[in-house]
Write a protein that binds this ligand. Structure first.
Ligand SMILES: Cc1cc2nc3c(=O)[nH]c(=O)nc-3n(C[C@H](O)[C@H](O)[C@H](O)COP(=O)(O)OP(=O)(O)OC[C@H]3O[C@@H](n4cnc5c(N)ncnc54)[C@H](O)[C@@H]3O)c2cc1C
Length: 315
């Protein structure tokens, strides 16, 4: 691991100043970032890390003004255990609970979870051995290589790495907004970027909070995840749904370079009762546009089944 400076920011302004110039990187829980530094996966190495956990008031969960507000440095374990989140924003609590292990959830934050880098073993190969498109290179090594965990909905700029966040689809299904020190962005738009971008964040932009509108009375949400290991693993596919009135919101992740809003599934079940037959049809509609590679065909069936089961979990 190369040496770097470490700054404990006391204010957002201090953190932003430290980020200016592009030679520093934010650190929250460090559970994703430190691994990328140890493995030296990126072509450029930060000269310093700016710790945002030392900024007061970035760690909270409260309901206010018809919405749930979560500070960006709030730990996943606290979100998973919060009684209000569990009751009214169930998909988010369930997603936070399914991230990694208790130790990682005790360190990892919601801000870091949505800003984490993509999963692809070529992209993450130690010592930057594969200078892929996501690193400014000219090719996707996974496209012709081992891509069994990659996209089933095509590429973005020829990159087929998947976005691995468990909380991202829950936030999109719950119609959340991401608040930064510069603006407020719909959760769905937050990931809508061209490669090599990971999120819409600028180099000196800091997520400060997540806002989730309180679902109407009677609304139900659910999150399901399929992973190879049950104890600790990134999703092969995950899925979050919100059923509020006749207009459900359904989002998959780990199936594309950004979270995939399953709008055809939403249309298929809109206004209909949630039962086995309609949920099955919604699952089929969710994968109607899938274009899997030979090695990722199995993920299509998993995505279809997760949509069906997540919908049925709200009944
Ligand atoms: C073994 C292992 C298993 C894992 N399993 C899962 C899993 O199952 N599901 C899953 O979703 N994730 C998983 N992760 C990934 C990661 O640990 C979690 O996503 C965690 O929530 C990251 O949060 P963090 O605070 O540690 O982020 P950090 O590592 O501190 O930061 C991650 C990235 O986000 C940026 N960042 C952090 N906070 C902010 C902010 N406020 N504003 C702007 N940028 C910010 C950092 O600069 C960095 O680029 C796993 C990681 C490991 C090591």
């Amino acid at each position: 691991m190369k040496a770097f400076n470490h700054t404990n920011a006391k204010t957002l302004a201090e953190a932003r100043t430290a980020l200016a110039g592009g030679k520093a990187t934010l650190i929250a829980g460090g559970t994703d970032l430190i691994g990328t530094l140890k493995d030296n996966i990126l072509p450029t190495y930060p000269e310093s890390l700016v710790n945002i956990k030392t900024i007061p008031d970035l760690d909270y969960i409260k309901e206010e003004g018809g919405m749930l507000k979560i500070g960006a440095a709030t730990r996943l374990a606290d979100i998973a255990a919060n009684p209000v989140v569990k009751e009214k924003y169930t998909a988010l609590a369930q997603a936070a609970l399914r991230v990694a292990t208790p130790h990682i959830r005790d360190m990892g934050t919601i801000g870091g979870n949505i800003a984490q880098l993509h999963r692809c073993w070529y992209f993450r190969k130690p010592e930057n051995r594969f200078p892929c498109i996501r690193k400014g290179g000219d090719r996707c090594f996974a496209m012709m290589g081992d891509n069994r965990y990659h996209s089933i909905f095509g590429a973005v700029e020829r990159c087929i790495a998947v976005h691995p966040s468990d909380t991202a689809p829950a936030l999109i299904a719950l119609n959340a907004k991401i608040v930064t020190n510069k603006r407020t962005v719909e959760a769905e738009a937050f990931f809508d970027v061209k490669v090599p971008g990971n999120t819409v964040l600028a180099a000196d932009e800091i997520i400060t909070a997540i806002q989730v509108p309180t679902p109407p009375a009677g609304a139900k949400s659910a999150f399901l995840k399929f992973a190879i290991r049950k104890s600790i693993d990134f999703p092969i596919v995950n899925c979050a749904v919100l059923v509020a009135g006749g207009a459900p919101r359904i989002c998959l992740n780990a199936v594309a370079p950004k979270p995939y809003r399953a709008t055809k599934a939403e249309a298929a079940i809109a206004g209909k009762p949630i039962n086995a037959e309609n949920a099955e049809a919604a699952g089929a509609a969710a994968v109607a546009d899938a274009r899997p590679l030979t090695a990722t065909k199995y993920k299509v069936q998993i995505a279809k089944t997760l949509v069906k089961r997540a919908l049925l979990a709200t009944v």
